[in-house]
Design a protein around this ligand. Structure first.
Ligand code: SAH
Length: 228
């Protein structure tokens, strides 16, 4: 067994010990090579339970947080999922193994281009990704069974995202609460706008920001890759 496989197995065992009991989620995470999503100089840390830089001032989320967000959404293979914050595309790939189709939006175009290369490389054909402002959701593709937002909303989640959920659908999103961040799940109870709300765990995410990022935003980040 090589060192990478050993590290990966150790991480999966760690996730189990931290409360990830959904075997479908664990095996989806086992199938996505996280080492291919992190900067070359950090490959040794790819299977540590930590967030890592991906360029443009952004990060690939901590594996436990990826696993927890995926688990609490109770994703089925019939689900149409919207993801806000494609980033490296790692979470997108985990979702793609579990659902029917993932629609993903990223405001940094260079990150999106890099992520799309990974979707091709891993031959994941059920992902549609665009550069844009995910705070507006994806009006042409709504409604969604599940929505996952991997950047932190200031206070309340964007109304457009709540509106684009199907009745019975769920959204997971980090929100600020008394200067802290908490991962929160919203479940749409019916046709009207009532939601069951549950706080899942404290987290630390980059902020959810409006509009497509200008090319100059965080352009001097040392981890930026030049898209080919
Ligand atoms: N899921 C990613 C995590 C990326 S960090 C991964 O696994 O790598 C969060 C991402 O959300 C960043 O790339 C950031 O640019 C993006 N983001 C922030 N606000 C956004 C918005 N309004 N629309 C789309 N993407 C947004």
């Amino acid at each position: 067994m090589n060192a990478e496989t050993t590290r990966k197995i150790r991480l999966i065992m760690h996730l189990r010990s931290m409360g990830i009991s959904d075997t479908k989620v664990l095996s989806a995470m086992e199938r996505v090579p996280r080492e291919e999503f992190v900067p070359k100089q950090m490959i040794d840390q790819a299977y540590e339970d930590i967030a890592l830089p991906i360029g443009r001032g952004q990060t690939i989320s901590q594996p436990l947080v990826v696993a927890m967000m995926t688990q609490v959404l109770e994703i089925s293979d019939r689900d149409k999922v919207l993801e806000i914050g494609t980033g490296s595309g790692y979470q997108t790939c985990v979702l793609a193994h579990l659902c029917r189709r993932v629609y993903s939006i990223e405001r940094h175009k260079p990150l999106l281009l890099q992520a799309e290369k990974m979707f091709d490389r891993l031959k994941l054909r059920n992902i549609t990704a665009i550069a844009g402002d995910g705070m507006k959701g994806w009006p042409d593709q709504q409604p969604f069974d599940k929505i996952i937002c991997t950047a932190c909303a200031q206070g309340e989640p964007p109304q457009a995202l709540l509106d684009q959920l199907k009745p019975g659908g769920m959204m997971i999103i980090p929100v600020t609460k008394d200067n802290h961040q908490v991962l929160r799940r919203y479940k749409k109870e019916g046709e009207d706008d009532t939601f069951a709300v549950k706080d899942v765990m404290p987290v630390r995410f980059v902020p959810l920001l409006p509009n497509l990022a200008p090319a100059t935003e965080n352009a001097d980040d040392e981890f930026n890759k030049i898209p080919a």
